[in-house]
Ligand binder design. Structure first.
Ligand code: WQD
Length: 339
């Protein structure tokens, strides 16, 4: 298959490009480089020994998408990773989040449908589930557009739109993948997560403490109703997550389908920090802080539907994720900017 990856030079996009190339597919990356660097695409080529052409431009612009098809098409499938993704920032910049995260889908669908794509895969999130007590989340768990932040709302809105588009395009395969917490990096240490500024998410923050650019890990609350009092999350190795996209494309059938991509295993903040310390080989400075507003005690999924229908399941655990993240961090202490 020939696949256009919108947002393909980002964290999940690059890992998915590697998985697709390793599985014998062809890829083209479309990315405006607002959250990543061109060198990320070159690293995909270094890892796989195959071409991963990069088109620099915004996926929300029909002319850009059309030019990508003209120059590199036809494509059998589009995978849409191109989105703003900072939950906190989205509450301050709702218009920017809705515009970017919806316009990209519109442009990709308009051009893609006109040019005859067969499959459209959308990056969604486990944060679309509305009832925090309904654990583990299955694809049947209640969702809502009435979520706590514009980022999550924009993702759920996309899902609703995609279901309608699938209904009137009966030949199209539309697959929505709801990610839990992506962590880790490719084993090579050549690609990984490269957040700008001070990271919001746990693993990149811990890793910055380990490399010495941040002072100590803040544990956001140890008084939750969980076994050790800290928050529980479903951390999925980004390479497993990437493989989920390959499985989704290979098994795609006409119509609209939704899959959770997670491990199904809840891991606490303290467990994750301990695993990272193990990978680094020393203890890291840490301190318990107040709960972070908006956080829930626990979120994890039941990944059974993806296992049954896509034949996909995770192979890697948090120890692998910590080892690989640390390897990436040590090899690229300033991320891609230092390359
Ligand atoms: C994990 C746990 C924190 C940082 C996820 C995705 C995110 C977003 C929404 C997805 C929580 C604790 C964190 C720190 C800490 N996008 N923590 N100290 O909140 O589950 O968000 O869903 O669509 O990208 O990752 O992930 O990594 O921020 O937090 O104690 O410095 O770590 O309280 O329990 P979260 P996270």
């Amino acid at each position: 298959m020939r696949v256009l990856l919108a947002g393909g030079a980002g964290y999940i996009g690059t890992h998915t490009a590697v998985s697709l190339l390793d599985a014998g597919h062809d890829v083209v990356l479309l990315d405006d480089l607002s959250g990543t660097h061109a060198v990320a695409a070159e690293r995909v080529e270094t890892i796989t020994g195959r071409a991963a052409p990069l088109v620099v431009g915004n996926a929300a612009d029909d002319a850009v998408v059309t030019a990508a098809f003209d120059e590199h098409g036809p494509f059998d499938a589009i995978i849409h990773f191109a989105a703003f993704k900072a939950v906190g920032e989205s509450t301050q910049k709702p218009l920017e989040y809705y515009a970017n995260n919806l316009d990209s889908t519109f442009a990709l669908l308009r051009v893609g449908l006109e040019r005859g794509i067969r499959s459209f895969v959308f990056s969604s999130t486990g944060t679309v589930y509305a009832d925090p007590d309904d654990l583990p989340f299955t694809e049947e768990s209640t969702t809502s557009v009435d979520l706590s932040n514009p980022y999550s709302k924009s993702k759920r809105m996309n899902e609703v739109i995609l279901a309608d588009v699938a209904r009137v395009n009966p030949e199209l395969n539309v697959t929505v993948l709801r990610y839990f917490n992506p962590v880790g990096a490719h084993r090579s240490g050549l690609i990984g997560e490269d957040p700008a500024g001070i990271p919001n998410n746990l693993m990149p923050f811990v890793s910055r403490v380990a490399i010495g650019s941040l002072e100590r890990v803040g544990i956001f609350g140890d008084d939750y109703d969980t076994p050790d009092g800290t928050g529980l999350r479903d951390y999925i190795h980004v390479v497993d997550l990437a493989d989920g996209h390959v499985a989704a494309l290979q098994k795609a059938q006409p119509g609209y389908a939704v899959y959770n991509l997670g491990t199904g295993v809840p891991v606490s903040v303290l467990e994750l920090v301990a695993a990272f310390e193990e990978a680094v080989g020393r203890e890291l400075p840490k301190q318990v802080l107040a709960r972070r507003p908006g956080d829930v005690a626990a979120t994890y999924c039941d990944p059974g539907k993806a296992r049954r229908e896509l034949g996909w399941s995770t192979r890697l655990g948090i120890d692998d994720a910590c080892r690989d993240y640390w390897h990436w961090q040590q090899s690229n202490p300033s991320g891609y900017a230092g390359a």
